[in-house]
Structure formats: C-alpha cells, structure tokens
Design a protein around this ligand. Sequence first.
Ligand code: SF4
Length: 171
Amino acid sequence: MEITRREALKLGATIGVLGAVSGVLLKAAAESYETKAEAVSITSVPSICGMCMAQCAIWIDVVNGKPVRIRPNTNAPTSAIGICARGVSGTFSTWLNPDAIKKPMARKALVDWAQGKISWEEARRQLSQSRGKYDDMVEIDWNTAIEIVAKKLKELADNNERHAFTFLFGA
Ligand code: SF4
C-alpha cells in the first residue's frame, strides 16, 4: 500500500497527538501513584506481648495508625527464636474486640480511698463486699491509677510490709 505525502503528514500528526495524550495520562497516573504512596505511613513500634507471663518482646507494624502485624523482636532473649501463635493472634483479638478495656479501671472504693474520701478500713470493707462482682468497677485516668498504686506502695513501705505486695499481670 502506498501512502501519499499528505497522508504521511496526517499519520505523523495523529501519532504525535496520541503520544502527547498518553504522556499526559502517564504523568497523571504517576502523580496519582505518588500521592497514594505519600499517604501511606508505615512504622514499627517496639512493645511486649501481654498474653502470658513470659512477656515476649514484639514489634507491632502499624500502617496509617492501625496495627496490621505482630512479629517477634529477635533482639530480645525472650523472643530471639520467635513468638507463639497466641502472641500473634491473641493480642490482635484483644485489639479488635469491641469490648476490650481501653482505659484503666478500678473498684470505686479504691478511687474514693485514694482521693481521701474514705478510710482504708472502709475501702477494705467495701472491697470485701464486692468480691466476685464487677458492677463497682469504674473507668479512671492514668494519673488516678498511678496515684492509687503509688499511695498503697508507699504505705506498705512506710509500715515495713513489703512482703504483702504481689504483682500479677498477663491475660
Ligand atoms: S508470645 Fe506467647 S509465650 Fe510470648 S508472651 Fe505472648 S503468649 Fe506468652
């Protein structure tokens, strides 16, 4: 098939326009990709697994503020060879549970005692009545939680009763 000079010029112009259009489209696609890439924030936060007493060291991979993966922190002796399935899935289940406790909680008698509203004897009386029940639990802020623990620890230390202290943790 023969192409005239006029047809060749038209074809060249068409290819040029198509090239320009595809160039613009490619540039727009690249810019859109760059925008999406910039919007993703990925960090790894060092923490510990609270699912049992071993408290293995973990990394929590966080994408855009949401935890997406738990992996062992192999720099720590407790997790040098890895972490167990409970550590990976259990901690995630806790985060995803809508009923998960997100703030410190304490029995109201302890809060009243820490704030000086009732004596320790009265707090103990109320605490013994609420044993096995949880309807007196109230949400508190971290300062109040620390205040309760610190006040009781100081009292034990001042009375030389350190042996009466037990620390329990884990899920
Ligand atoms: S990873 Fe497993 S062994 Fe380690 S603290 Fe969590 S539950 Fe315990």
